[in-house]
Design a binder for this molecule. Structure first.
Ligand code: HEM
Length: 192
């Protein structure tokens, strides 16, 4: 792999930050800036989860291992954006007032599932280093299968909060189903 690929992907992955910074500086966040920020990072979290899940199918389709080298970085960006998304909700929407917040987590199913998805991302981020791969050996793969649960929770979160599946949540759902079907097929035909 050319040694400028990774820094390039890193800089491109910061795109959601550039957009928000631009909109903040030029006062273009619209009439509901807090909602705009929360939704922006929520959507990008889901995009990065799906990008992370796309690396293995791309490896198979292109017959190139290069894609796998970006997987960890994209996964960590998913966690990074999920954390900003969660913190903007906790900090900007609720001003860190935890009582009504905890109420929300248990009363609104879309918050509950979003929060569960974020919690499940934590062990994945913590164990993402090469050292942890070596320490955990076979359990590492099992643990990291949690990304499938996170992706399903993330899409469900989007469908439930939108109250309708049309259209953006449906697009994410279709992409997720395709990416998950890839896994089932690979196992069936013994390709991975
Ligand atoms: C992996 C974790 C998560 C993913 C993938 C995710 C994804 C999303 C997406 C796609 C949206 C909608 C964006 C849009 O409308 O364009 C959204 C909105 C939202 N999310 Fe999340 N989210 C996650 C975790 C969380 C967590 C931990 C919380 C809070 C505890 C949360 C609270 C919200 C709220 C309050 C909204 C805005 C709802 C509204 O429009 O009223 N999410 N999220």
């Amino acid at each position: 792999m050319r040694n400028y690929y990774k820094p390039t992907v890193f800089l491109i992955s910061l795109w959601p930050i550039y957009i928000i910074a631009y909109q903040l500086i030029y006062n273009k966040l619209g009439p509901e800036p807090v909602d705009r920020i929360i939704n922006h990072f929520g959507e990008w979290t889901l995009i990065f989860i799906l990008l992370t899940l796309s690396m293995t199918p791309l490896k198979i389709i292109t017959n190139s291992l290069e894609w796998i080298k970006f997987r960890r970085m994209l996964g960590l960006f998913a966690f990074f954006y999920a954390t900003i998304h969660m913190l903007s909700y906790v900090g900007l929407d609720y001003r860190f007032d935890f009582e009504p917040l905890i109420d929300d987590v248990f009363k609104k199913k879309f918050i509950f599932i979003g929060f569960s998805a974020w919690l499940l991302l934590i062990p994945l981020a913590i164990t993402s280093s090469d050292r942890m791969v070596r320490i955990l050996k076979k359990s590492w793969k099992k643990l990291h299968s949690l990304i499938y649960v996170v992706s399903i929770f993330g899409v469900l979160h989007f469908i439930w909060l939108s109250k309708t599946i049309f259209f953006k949540p449906l697009i994410f759902l279709i992409i997720l189903i395709i990416l998950l079907l890839f896994r089932i097929n690979f196992k069936k035909f013994n390709l991975s």
